[in-house]
Design a protein around this ligand. Structure first.
Ligand SMILES: [Zn+2]
Length: 204
């Protein structure tokens, strides 16, 4: 396989990128100047050193020293009694942009597609269970599930409920869900600020 074909194959492995787009990217790289391509290569090589996964919420953050917690988890003014579980990092960005929530987060890392229960292995369900257990000893009052309102999101909700509901019930703590202010099929990431504020206000 030529280097060009290898590059096309690599671009094709990106989410949402098909063969045609991958080829366009590869030919674009060929037209760029050397300094641009060197910078791209350098960033890709170093990104996993400068950006790391938060030990607590599992979102990615840029670190300057050897921090293990992101700015949200290490902030003293956040409400540690609430934990909002979301599918991915971009959901946190949307919630933070809306400015409607001041509790903590947990990034599950995906959803459970209805017909592929094996995909549960890829999720951080074990880590979530451990986080809830630890936080219950430190003032946790409520876990909010914030997955997309579509079949996969609802399947994920049931799966996560089965894991953490017994823990919360034993301590008489709440398990809630974002309200239906989110329209059917919508994902947090694409919802506007007012919708997110309402979804949080109308949680059940
Ligand atoms: Zn964090």
């Amino acid at each position: 396989m030529s280097d060009l074909d290898k590059l096309i194959t690599l671009f094709e492995s990106f989410p949402g990128i098909g063969a045609r787009q991958a080829r366009r990217f590869a030919f674009h790289v060929l037209t760029m100047n050397d300094a641009h391509n060197a910078q791209l290569a350098k960033l890709i090589t170093g990104i996993k050193t400068s950006v790391t996964e938060c030990e607590s919420c599992h979102r990615f953050f840029s670190r300057y020293q050897a921090e293990t917690l992101c700015s949200i988890c290490s902030a003293s003014n956040r409400d540690h009694s609430r934990l909002l579980v979301v599918e991915r990092d971009s959901d946190i960005q949307a919630m933070e942009r809306a400015g409607a929530y001041d509790g903590l987060y947990f990034v599950l890392g995906g959803t459970v597609p209805l017909l592929q229960s094996k995909d549960t292995e890829k999720l951080r369900a074990g880590a979530l269970k451990a986080t809830v257990e630890t936080r219950l000893k430190n003032g946790l009052e409520e876990v909010i599930l914030g997955f997309a309102i579509n079949p996969d999101g609802e399947n994920t909700t049931r799966f996560i409920e089965s894991i953490i509901e017994p823990l919360l019930a034993a301590e008489n703590k709440k398990l809630t869900h974002l309200g239906r202010g989110l329209s059917t099929g919508s994902e947090l990431e694409y919802a506007d600020g007012d919708t997110l504020k309402n979804a949080l206000k109308n949680r059940y």
